[in-house]
Design a protein around this ligand. Structure first.
Ligand code: KG4
Length: 328
């Protein structure tokens, strides 16, 4: 069978990334131009600044991705950009570039849902992994338990009703003075603390999540007592959100009978969460977690998901638009 090469383009938030992936599983290049140092001083991503920096970076990053893969544009089978969810102005840069590129080289344009991309990180990390499985998707914009029925077939079984888990990490970090992006900083400080502080958990009948209550509780505790041990607070926060995640995952396993679980999204880089999920192996579950380098936004995951869309026959036209709140 002929090899298929997809060129993924990711610009949904603060990373400009272009990657070339072979047959959906093998990374030939994955160039990531992060804007974190630019947004750090504002304490979060400023959408207009993100768009402007994507424009400045996109051609350079694409050229570098081709060079690193030692490929020419003629060898690409499909251009596969993220078209949502994300910041609309940021998405439009990568998407418009992808449209122009696919038109210029006369190759297929295949749009990719960013969440589908995060799920696909597991296909790159584990060459043997195939659907069906459950995916615990944890990022800055989403928290969902997804039944991955096929490479392009998904059912969301549980989701956050308010904040995404990454948002809660970032807010906690900001309040205790750790800065942006908060998740990795909370992760690091928590390792010096003990989970001794009781924090609230919200329960629902179904498999939905809520993270705004625990986030507010941490903020209130810190405001009432600025001398509180920050490491203990971070450790307690991590322990409680992990319990919330695992309680819901267990409910979903009971409902579906599926015991294969893959993690995805930026927060799946968290060391406490990774260890807690690894421990589930002792309860007979099969656990997959993406390579740390692939947890946060990158175009290799978009090129991988793009490959599966492409081989299923999905094709887009030049009127494909950016959809900031695109669902799976
Ligand atoms: O998946 P991602 O790169 O972007 C979205 O698509 O949203 O996720 C970014 C989120 C941020 O909230 C960041 O703080 C969080 O992932 N994050 C972490 C860690 N590394 C990144 N959260 C907890 N622990 C980490 N080690």
């Amino acid at each position: 069978m002929k090899d298929i090469y997809t060129l993924g383009i990711e610009s949904s938030c603060d990373e400009t990334s272009v990657a070339i992936v072979k047959n959906g599983r093998e990374i030939l290049s994955n160039v990531i131009d992060t804007q974190i140092p630019i947004h750090e001083k504002y304490g979060g991503v400023v959408p207009e600044i993100a768009s402007r920096n994507h424009i400045e970076a996109i051609s350079r990053v694409t050229k570098k991705a081709l060079e690193e893969a030692k490929m020419t544009l003629e060898q690409i089978d499909a251009v596969t950009p993220t078209y949502g969810p994300g910041l609309v102005g940021a998405l439009l840069v990568g998407l418009s570039y992808a449209k122009a590129l696919s038109f210029a080289i006369n190759k297929s344009l295949v749009g990719v849902n960013h969440i589908q991309g995060h799920i696909a990180t597991n296909y790159i990390t584990y060459k043997e992994l195939e659907p069906p499985f459950l995916c615990v998707m944890m990022s800055g914009g989403n928290t969902q338990i997804i039944h991955v029925k096929g490479y392009t077939e998904f059912e969301v079984l549980g989701k956050t009703r308010d904040d995404a888990i990454g948002e809660a990490f970032d807010k906690v970090a900001r309040v205790v003075g750790l800065g942006y992006p908060g998740g990795p900083k909370v992760d690091k400080l928590a390792q010096e603390g003990k989970p001794t502080i009781d924090l609230p958990k919200t329960h629902f009948e179904n498999m939905d999540f809520s993270f705004s209550g625990i986030k507010t509780a941490v903020i209130n505790l810190h405001h009432k007592n600025p001398e509180i041990n920050k490491a203990d607070l971070c450790a307690s926060f991590e322990k409680t959100v992990t319990e919330i995640l695992i309680e819901n995952v267990k409910k979903v396993i009971e409902l579906t009978g599926i015991k294969t679980i893959a993690l995805a999204g930026g927060v799946s880089a968290n060391s406490y969460i990774r260890k807690a999920f690894m421990d589930l192996k002792q309860e007979g579950m099969e656990i997959y977690m993406p390579d740390l380098k692939l947890c946060t936004d990158n175009a290799a995951m978009i090129a991988s998901a793009g490959y599966y869309n492409y081989i299923q026959g999905k094709r887009d036209t030049l009127d494909l638009n950016a959809i900031p709140n695109l669902k799976l």
